[in-house]
Each structure stands twice: as C-alpha cells, then as structure tokens.
Design a protein around this ligand. Structure first.
Ligand code: IPD
Ligand code: CA
Ligand code: CA
Length: 264
C-alpha cells in the first residue's frame, strides 16, 4: 500500500462527498430530520454521504473495516480501520450555517496513519499521513507559533447533550475568555482541529467528542507540529472523550489551565 497515493484518493473522495452534501443544502425538510438522541440530529444527507464513503473506501482498501458515526458498516478490519464522520457539523448544515466538513481517518492497529478533513463551503481540503507533512489544498501547513495565551485565538465546542461536566467546563471557558484574545465555537470539531493544524486557531478544547470527530484532525495537528492530549496531558484522547489540541509553545500554559479546571 502506498500511503501517499491512498491519501490523495481519499482527498478526491472526500471532495466528491462534500459536493453531494452541498447540493442538498437547503433541501432537507423537517420531516427528513431525526433526533438520534438529545440534540444529536441526522438526515438522509449524513447517511447517504456515509454509504458512499464506506463503499468507496472499501474499494480502495478491501481488507479494511469501519468505525463510522451513522453505523453504515460494522465490519472491523484486523489491521486497518477507517474512522468516518461523513458530515461533521450537522446542526450547522441543517440550520444553513456554512461551517461543516467531511472527516476521514485511517487507523493501522492503534495508530492513526492518515487523515482528511474537507471543509465543504470553503473548498478547503486538509490532509496528512504518518511521518509526512500536513497540507491544505496542496500547500504545507504548520501550527501557529503563538506562545502566550494572551495572544491566542482559541476554539471550543459547548456541551449540548452531556452536561455532567458542564460546571467545570464553563469555569474553564470563563478563564479561556479572560486569558485569550477570544474563543470561537464554530460547530465542527474536525474544522476546529484543522484550523489548529494550519495555525488559524492556537488551541482547541472539547469534552464528550467521539473518535470520528477527532481522529482525522488529530493526525493533521501532529503532522503540522502540534500536540493532542486528553485533559491530564496524557494519550487517551481518541476514545477518552477529552480533546485538547495546541502548538508546542502554548501547550504548558493551555494544558495547565485545562488540567486545573477539568483534569480531575
Ligand atoms: C459535532 C460537531 C460539533 C461538536 C459536537 C460534535 P456532528 O459533530 O463536531 O462541533 O461540538 O460535539 O458531535 O454531530 O455534527 O457530526
Ligand atoms: Ca461529528
Ligand atoms: Ca456527523
């Protein structure tokens, strides 16, 4: 398997799926929308996009399996598994807010080896593979070199279904607002992380994310020279429902803040 070639195939596929999603913008009726659980919306758009991804990714790597948000495939691969969020930012999409993305990662054993995030409405495709570099539409990207929170622009996602840790989270948010230039909540964790990878955001934090929200974004950030950890500063971020991402220079200040409020 040539990882770089595979990565470019996934870039092309993600763009195709993104074009389908964009064509459906504004066409989804209220009766097409299902609430999977509290505030977790889905429509035929997410499902059709995922079906296409599963079909084509299987053709690209027949022995692979899937961890896919909408449950289109439950096949698990022995060595390779795709981690797929066909539409990250569904609430934005359904409300006519332009920030949403297609997010695809490939895991070999317990290592993520490829990640693609396609931000549909900006036609921006972010991609990276293990021990390579990270790219945005063919140009290499790097995390920012901001080294103090007071000069940083941070991103986050507000809790919307899991409020168990919301008191601690809002304490953290207050500190983030006070200590940084500002904080954004743009509604697609994959885009938040892609923006950390290319230096638009200096740091990102959110709890209760799933593997498909963060897998592709994480390898983008790592290959762009940044760090992803859980709230203790450790490695349990893929399934641990805690994501902290930043550049190396800001890591100590930002992670200490997060650890103090939410690291228990
Ligand atoms: C959501 C988005 C959002 C984040 C949520 C995710 P979805 O994914 O990434 O930014 O705050 O936690 O669930 O449901 O649109 O795929
Ligand atoms: Ca998602
Ligand atoms: Ca989704």
């Amino acid at each position: 398997m040539n990882l770089e070639t595979l990565c470019m195939d996934v870039v092309e596929l993600s763009r195709e799926v993104g074009i389908f999603i964009k064509m459906e913008e504004g066409k989804v009726r209220a009766s097409d929308i299902e609430e999977k659980s509290r505030n977790s919306l889905v429509s035929y758009v997410d499902k059709t996009a995922e079906e296409k991804l599963v079909k084509e990714l299987t053709l690209l790597l027949p022995e692979s399996g899937f961890i896919a948000e909408e449950g289109t495939s439950h096949k698990l691969g022995k060595r390779y598994n795709w981690i797929v969020d066909p539409l990250d930012g569904t609430t934005n999409f359904l409300h006519g807010i332009p920030t949403y993305s297609v997010s695809v990662a490939l895991r070999e054993g317990d290592k993520i080896i490829l990640g693609v995030v396609y931000e549909v409405n900006r036609d921006e495709c972010f991609y990276a593979c293990k021990n390579g570099k990270a790219f945005l539409n063919g140009n290499q990207i790097k995390v920012s070199s901001t080294h103090e929170l007071k000069h940083s622009l941070l991103a986050t996602g507000f809790p919307y279904y899991d409020f168990d840790r919301s008191d601690a989270y809002f304490e953290l948010l207050k500190e983030m607002v006070h200590k940084s230039r500002s904080v954004r909540r743009i509604g697609s964790a994959a885009v938040d992380m892609a923006y950390v990878a290319c230096g638009r955001f200096d740091g990102f934090v959110e709890y209760s994310l799933n593997a498909w929200d963060v897998a592709a974004g994480a390898i983008l950030i790592q290959e762009a020279g940044g760090i992803v950890t859980d709230f203790k500063g450790e490695n349990n971020w893929l399934y641990g429902k805690e994501m902290l991402a930043t550049n190396v220079l800001l890591f100590e200040e930002f992670s200490t803040l997060v650890k103090n409020k939410m690291g228990a």
